[in-house]
Design a protein around this ligand. Structure first.
Ligand code: ACO
Length: 316
């Protein structure tokens, strides 16, 4: 499998740390040193499905394809306007595709899980090209009165087209169930048979626990996937990590001991965009000419579940 096209789409509205300080007891002085975040994009007038479709169309154009050129659509999404149908079905209609589609929810690790799923689908079926779209509306998930979470997140959509090829990616995936550390809960239904359902909960996170888990799990996943592929840490050209917090990324850099410029980041501009963060970074790097044929690339992400996943591939 190889990646043959990428694309992304961002909401128009930029919200700076100072903008947040206008209605929350927070400040740029608190947020920036602890997270690396200067601003984030937030959905206002747009719709998530339209952003997702734009990212998908940009990735198709980058791959030199139209919607009829893909055999399957995988969408990674935690939260959007609709509970059902899945966002992948809406994207299929908006871009004018006719292939089947499926949603996955592996939280922030969704892009790497989608790469794994696409690779497995290609091996198990006749699919030659799969469109992966990661689209996240975190602004719908967080409590805008809770300064400990809402300052961390942003909205975005990013996509990649993958194609069957001789290149062999390696994966390391894991799930370690832990509900309390990171969750959001639906509003209760009105079933007369289940009157005592718990209330809606916006995103709730045990920040310092999640921080430590993110560092140890991502370091472990990266080492495991490199061991499988027989490539050393020193040989890797680019480590594309989930953009949750620059301090998490910096701690991983220090532990891995690889040069810092091999861990590009864009969290300063976008905050944590959940599963869209890795393909958004990938698209930026690709458009900036920072990824070249033969580069050894590692993707690694971590999220609610707790889920985590790493992938190693040589860029074709
Ligand atoms: N502005 C000002 N003060 C704040 C803010 C804020 N936005 N948020 C919290 N505080 C206060 C707290 O109330 C607390 O005050 P207190 O000491 O009077 O009680 C104080 O700051 C310290 O809070 P901590 O939570 O201890 O701050 P910490 O230094 O641990 O940083 C942070 C918090 C940034 C959330 C950190 O724990 C972190 O980055 N964790 C990783 C979590 C993460 O990135 N998750 C990503 C989402 S999940 C995913 O992507 C997988």
């Amino acid at each position: 499998m190889k990646i043959i096209g990428t694309g992304s789409a961002l909401p128009e509205k930029t919200v700076t740390n100072d903008d947040l300080a206008a209605f929350l007891d927070t400040s740029d002085e608190w947020i920036r040193p602890r997270t690396g975040i200067r601003s984030r994009r937030v959905i206002s007038r747009e719709k998530l499905d339209a952003l997702a479709a734009s990212a998908a169309q940009a990735a198709l154009a980058d791959a030199g394809l139209d919607a009829s050129g893909v055999d399957f659509i995988l969408c990674s999404n935690v939260c959007g306007e609709y509970m059902t149908p899945g966002l992948s079905c809406i994207i299929q209609g908006l871009i004018g595709a006719s292939c089947p589609s499926l949603d996955i929810n592996a939280a922030c690790a969704g892009f790497v899980y989608a790469l794994y799923t696409a690779n497995a689908f290609m091996a198990a079926s006749g699919y030659d090209r799969i469109l992966i779209v990661c689209a996240e509306e975190n602004s719908r998930l967080v409590d805008w009165a809770d300064r400990s979470t809402c300052v961390l997140f942003g909205d975005a959509a990013a996509a990649a087209v993958v194609e069957r090829s001789a290149g062999k990616p390696f994966f390391h995936l894991r799930t370690s169930s832990n509900l309390d550390s990171l969750f959001a809960r639906y509003a209760p239904g009105n079933s007369p048979y289940a009157p005592d359902q718990p209330p809606r909960a916006f995103l709730s996170m045990q920040g310092s626990f999640v921080f430590k888990q993110a560092v140890s799990t991502m370091c472990g996943d990266i080492r495991a996937v490199l061991e499988k592929s027989g490539v050393s840490e020193a040989e890797v050209d680019l480590f594309l990590l989930h953009q949750a917090n620059y301090r998490i990324i910096k701690t991983i850099i220090d532990r891995m001991g690889a040069p810092e410029d091999r861990f590009p980041h864009n969290i300063g501009n976008y905050g944590n965009t959940s599963s869209a963060s890795v393909p958004l970074l990938l698209d930026e790097l690709k458009r900036a000419g920072r990824i070249n044929r033969g580069d050894k690339v590692v993707f690694s992400a971590f999220g609610a579940g707790l889920t985590s996943a790493a992938c190693y591939m040589e860029w074709e």
